[in-house]
Design a protein around this ligand. Structure first.
Ligand SMILES: [Zn+2]
Length: 286
């Protein structure tokens, strides 16, 4: 996970139609509240996922899942983790039947965060796997501060799930320098809860392989420019006296690897890179 910055609100979310929809939801809530029938609440949330919203989120997240940083593809054949979905950070629905890993759900109000269904601040782009792990869970440090309807103030909540648009995940999540395994910083309940809720450790073996590959190329590229030049000259001399194709290929590959390692050092911490969060934490330890 890395810190993200949100672009401007997509036009579709400020349209008259959407503003009216939100109003209708609020009226529906107030009506049932007056009649003491909140258990009958029913909302239809359509219109938060227009093309402009999807496009802006993809851009803001450099085409990656905001939680696990998997690269997302937008086409019909995208399946599994690679399919991008718009996620409501604060869940728009609540599902009282959810019970995950034996943890009982923290008490919600009569509904989810229905009033934030079209709120740009509440929308993120996530992979199918993270989204389906998250479901409608939204644990808080102090559940008694939960906003249960549109009149309550969400700013009083302290979510235990990290919103990378609001707080820097690097303050809460770290990685083992040998294995690349994801772990929470000691005493970070937010880090611990986020990893557990989204099962971010499911990617540990992928992280381990990626880290090993990066270490391999970077170590090869650690050779300085002067030594590279000397090595090139020495190899040219060898090839002059023994112009063997196999040798030549091996040496060419070697220089390609040195070059690739140098580029990799620059690339791995960029926002658009897979596992950028891990590489930012580990780059000086490699
Ligand atoms: Zn994900």
């Amino acid at each position: 996970m890395i810190k993200l910055k949100k672009g401007k609100t997509p036009e579709s979310l400020t349209s008259k139609e959407i503003i009216e929809k939100r109003e209708t939801h609020i009226q529906h809530y107030e009506e049932l509240e007056r009649e003491n029938k909140l258990k009958d609440l029913e909302f239809i949330f359509e219109g938060y996922g227009s093309d402009d919203v999807r496009k802006q989120l993809r851009e803001d997240q450099k085409g990656k899942c905001c939680y696990c940083e998997v690269i997302l593809y937008e086409n019909e054949i995208s399946v599994g983790a690679s399919r991008g979905e718009i996620d409501h950070f604060r869940p728009k629905n609540q599902n009282i039947n959810q019970n995950k890993n034996g943890d009982s759900m923290q008490k919600f109000g009569p509904a989810g965060y229905y009033w934030l269904a079209f709120d740009w601040d509440n929308l993120v782009y996530a992979c199918k796997v993270c989204n389906s792990e998250k479901l409608a869970y939204f644990p808080l440090k102090y559940p008694e501060n939960r906003a249960s309807n549109h009149r309550d103030n969400c700013d009083l909540e302290e979510p235990l799930l990290i919103n990378p648009y609001k707080i820097d995940p690097e303050e809460h999540i770290i990685y083992d320098e040998n294995t690349g395994y994801i772990v929470a910083k000691p005493n970070s309940l937010e880090g611990k809860t986020t990893i557990k809720l989204l099962k971010l450790d499911r990617l540990n073996s992928e992280r381990q392989k990626y880290l090993a590959m990066v270490k391999y190329f970077i170590r090869i590229s650690n050779i300085d420019n002067e030594s590279t030049e000397q090595l090139k000259k020495a190899i040219e001399q060898i090839l002059q006296s023994n112009n063997n194709e196999t040798f030549k290929n091996i040496f060419e590959n070697l220089f390609e690897m040195i070059e690739k390692g140098k580029q990799l050092r620059e690339e791995i911490t960029k926002d658009s890179s897979r596992f950028a969060g891990m590489m930012r934490f580990l780059k000086d330890k490699i």
